[in-house]
Design a protein around this ligand. Structure first.
Ligand SMILES: Cc1cc2nc3c(=O)[nH]c(=O)nc-3n(C[C@H](O)[C@H](O)[C@H](O)COP(=O)(O)O)c2cc1C
Length: 181
């Protein structure tokens, strides 16, 4: 059992199972900034995830610049809420696998997103994962906002900030989705 200290719950020690239940999409943040140390911890978590053949075909754009954040917020349409940090998770096709296993990059990057979300729980930060791929227009607008070349595929963006709302922890277990053979 890994003990995780949780600032929001006043320093109560919890384990990974509890962290997974506590991870909820937060859509309201304070204006408190995210520090370099916090970004560094989120990035370590991101790159601790598994990747097919350990290709690690990911890039993480950590955007704190206010003007850029406003530009990025407009790219997802569904999300017009403020956050002091947006992490854009991308696949770099120059580092992806070849041929019919190329698209494994999507699973690699998705695993890194979940790791970021769980690390954020440990840091007492809120997050919201917003999908970009497969919405081509959204991906293109993110590419333009960050001046990314065509070999970089934006998968999704993660809002990160100090939460100004706290959706309750929950367990969504549904027995009928489980097939034990
Ligand atoms: C691939 C993906 C795309 C998502 N896109 C958005 C989005 O555009 N806007 C948003 O507010 N939430 C988005 N979400 C968050 C989901 O709405 C959220 O995870 C879901 O409602 C379950 O709630 P929870 O995260 O609090 O458990 C996305 C989640 C995933 C995994």
């Amino acid at each position: 059992v890994i003990n995780i200290k949780h600032k929001r719950s006043g320093g109560i020690v919890m384990n990974v199972e509890e962290a997974m239940k506590r991870r909820r999409s937060v859509r309201k943040y304070t204006h408190e900034q995210i520090t370099d140390t916090e970004i560094n911890k989120l990035m370590h978590a991101a790159m601790s995830g598994p990747s097919a053949c350990n290709a690690q075909p990911w890039d993480f754009y950590c955007v704190r610049d206010k003007a850029k954040i406003e530009e990025l917020q407009k790219t997802t349409r569904a999300t017009d809420f403020y956050s002091p940090l947006i992490i854009v998770v991308c696949g770099d096709m120059k580092r992806s696998l070849d041929g019919n296993i190329r698209d494994f990059w999507i699973q690699d990057c998705s695993a890194s997103v979940e790791n970021i979300l769980i690390e954020a729980v440990e840091l007492g930060l809120g997050t919201c994962w917003c999908g970009l791929k497969p919405k081509k227009d959204c991906m293109d607008r993110v590419r333009a906002a960050l001046s990314l070349d065509d070999s970089i595929e934006p998968l999704g963006l993660i809002h990160v900030g100090h939460p100004a709302e706290e959706p309750p922890a929950r367990d969504q277990y549904t027995e009928s989705f489980v097939h034990i053979i």
